[in-house]
Design a protein around this ligand. Structure first.
Ligand SMILES: [Zn+2]
Length: 296
């Protein structure tokens, strides 16, 4: 089924150490091979004005200039012009995926490294919070509400830091690991941490019901709960279980006719998971969204 996914070569940092800036081209190659109808579209890089929707001027100055280095490199452990180009491209991709989904029902971006970035600092491989920026740009472009379903293994404390007070946004976070946990006094946001593979799908389904009716769902589709990986890897979280999770989300979007835009998020090579294996896991998201019919 034909739908646009945003990606270009700048997403990948030549010689980059982390999967966050390394794996997108493996996923892109699989899309071209397995889904010839899906169009890979090159996004415009995010603008400084867009970055400032979610981040402080001081942090953006550091990110763009590389000074001070410890601030600019805090997320990825490295900073270079290529890192800046990668982050700007992949942030622009999330924004365009969100706007495309609003218009035509579904889209995605092969972006990673988003949900731990807070307003004034990067952390946990996340430099700029493209989810938060995309949600805010969507609200500027006609969406009256945005839901964020974060099923990365880790909690999305950066997203909550930036968007928690926005009454038009509902955050649902299902994690298998307590890193970057957050607590909200607002009923519309919810975080569940579970390591039980037997009830995981029920928790995700309940979280979708909690998010409820929104004009756009942003899906932070981390594959890092997967067995055999490293950061976030959780016993019993098989490839089949994560495939079922993506089908459940896609079916919910179809049933409720909710436009959806996904990003890759976490997914890390480990003792029993290669980079190709990580890319295969992310294809569950691409395939599940391909199978969903969302009318606009
Ligand atoms: Zn993660």
């Amino acid at each position: 089924m034909n739908y646009p996914i945003f990606y270009n070569d700048s997403y990948v940092v030549p010689g980059g150490g982390l999967e966050t800036v390394r794996k997108a081209d493996e996923v892109a190659r699989r899309i071209l091979e397995q889904f010839p109808d899906i169009k890979l579209v090159s996004p415009e890089p995010a603008t400084v004005e867009q970055l400032l929707l979610a981040h402080t001027a001081e942090y953006i100055e550091a990110f763009l200039s590389g000074e001070p280095y410890y601030v600019a490199s805090a997320a990825l452990g490295e900073w270079s012009e290529e890192v800046v180009a990668s982050v700007l491209a992949s942030t622009g991709g999330v924004i365009e995926a969100a706007l495309t989904a609003l218009e035509s029902g579904k889209s995605g971006s092969l972006s990673s490294g988003l949900h731990h970035a807070a307003s004034d600092h990067g952390a946990g491989f996340c430099t700029i919070n493209g989810l938060a920026i995309a949600a805010l740009v969507a609200l500027q472009n006609g969406a009256k509400s945005v839901g964020i379903l974060d099923v990365d293994a880790h909690c999305g404390g950066g997203t909550f830091d930036i968007l928690g007070n926005n009454p038009l946004i509902r955050i649902g976070d299902v994690s298998t690991n307590g890193y970057d946990a957050w607590r909200s006094g607002q009923e519309r946001h919810k975080l569940e941490i579970t390591t039980d593979p037997d009830t995981y799908l029920d928790v995700v389904a309940e979280m979708l019901e909690h998010i409820g009716s929104v004009d756009l769902l942003l899906l932070n589709a981390g594959m890092d709960p997967a067995e055999g990986g490293s950061a976030g890897s959780t016993r019993g979280f098989t490839s089949e279980l994560l495939e079922q999770r993506e089908l459940l989300v896609a079916e919910w979007c179809e049933r409720t006719n909710t436009p959806v835009a996904f990003v890759l998020a976490g997914g890390y090579v480990g003792s029993n998971l290669t980079l190709g294996g990580v890319a295969d896991l992310h294809m569950h998201t691409v395939a599940a969204i391909a199978g969903a019919t969302i009318n606009r």
